[in-house]
Design a protein around this ligand. Structure first.
Ligand SMILES: Nc1ncnc2c1ncn2[C@@H]1O[C@H](COP(=O)(O)OP(=O)(O)OP(=O)(O)O)[C@@H](O)[C@H]1O
Ligand SMILES: [Mg+2]
Length: 265
């Protein structure tokens, strides 16, 4: 599955939802998160990667290899972008993106894209339309306000016009401010406004690591989306992975004990 999070409006929570969705998924299936915002990406901040030399910008400009730009955070593979003003100094060759995705598809069950809010050619979502199947599911992340609902509807029309697999709208930062019944058919999830979410930037750790209202709702939604689109039950996959890890530890401990006995003999 190749799933992306998008809205023509900035600041709605695309990065928050994409990164935490990917983090939750990675506990059960092999997942890679790609920050596609080569000018304004913030994923590096969330995973404590801002000082790293290699990132999507350096890959697209031909200075880094694919292996060099993949970082591991717990079970999640993350491809960040440059966060300093160096972003304006790179010459991005967006055609290198296709090669990146082809390679990643061989290794990962799920590719999660955090798309930038623009509609220019250097947004891979727009740049690849019609030529290469970059993404097969796009989720619009919008806010709970009248202007934002208007922008979510506009974004939805854009995705449909571009003939990219539209999945639905997530209404994020929900405080019950607006009547969403008008768009209810297209809403696949509602995530609450939760001031705890802000902590993730300060602590450089996805909010899904902490038990909050937001984490609870996003976990539910991630499980639902996985069962529909991946046809997988994340809870049982997670349990299986945990059981394997535990039996792995026991095996290791056993062999350590055996070595110790041998040493004694
Ligand atoms: N459910 C939520 N409750 C409270 N705050 C939230 C929630 N979701 C996101 N935020 C906050 O909103 C701000 C914008 O979030 P985020 O960076 O994820 O948006 P974005 O759509 O990726 O922005 P951009 O368009 O700049 O890429 C952040 O400060 C984030 O912590
Ligand atoms: Mg973002």
């Amino acid at each position: 599955m190749k799933i992306g999070f998008y809205n023509i409006q900035g600041g709605t929570g695309k990065t928050t939802v994409a990164a935490n969705f990917a983090y939750i998924l990675s506990q059960s299936v092999k997942t890679v998160l790609i920050d596609c915002d080569i000018y304004g990406g913030t994923t590096a901040l969330l995973f404590d990667l801002e000082d790293k030399e290699h990132n999507l910008n350096t890959y697209l400009s031909g200075e880094s290899t694919i292996d060099e730009i993949i970082y591991n955070y717990d079970d999640l593979a993350v491809i960040p972008t440059e966060v300093s003003s160096k972003v304006f100094g790179y010459k991005a060759d967006i055609s290198r993106f296709e090669n990146l995705i082809n390679i990643l598809e061989e290794e990962y069950d799920v590719i999660v894209y955090d798309f930038p809010p623009n509609i220019t050619e250097d947004n891979p979502l727009i740049g690849y339309v019609g030529e290469f199947e970059l993404v097969n599911k796009v989720v619009i992340v919008g806010e709970d306000s009248v202007p934002s609902i208007v922008n979510s509807l506009k974004s939805m029309d854009l995705i449909r016009d571009l003939d990219i697999g539209f999945t639905g709208i997530i209404v994020n930062k929900y405080r019950g401010l607006t009547d969403i019944t008008e768009i209810i058919e297209d809403v696949i999830g509602i995530l609450p406004y939760d001031p705890n979410v802000e902590r993730q930037w300060v602590e450089s750790s996805p909010i899904a690591n902490i038990k909050t209202k937001f984490t609870k709702e996003l976990t539910k939604l991630t499980n639902e989306l996985a069962s529909i689109y991946l046809e997988k039950d994340l809870a049982s996959l997670r349990a299986l992975k945990l059981a394997k890890a535990i039996s792995g530890i026991t095996e290791e401990e056993k062999s350590e004990e055996e070595t110790e006995f041998k040493d004694l003999e």
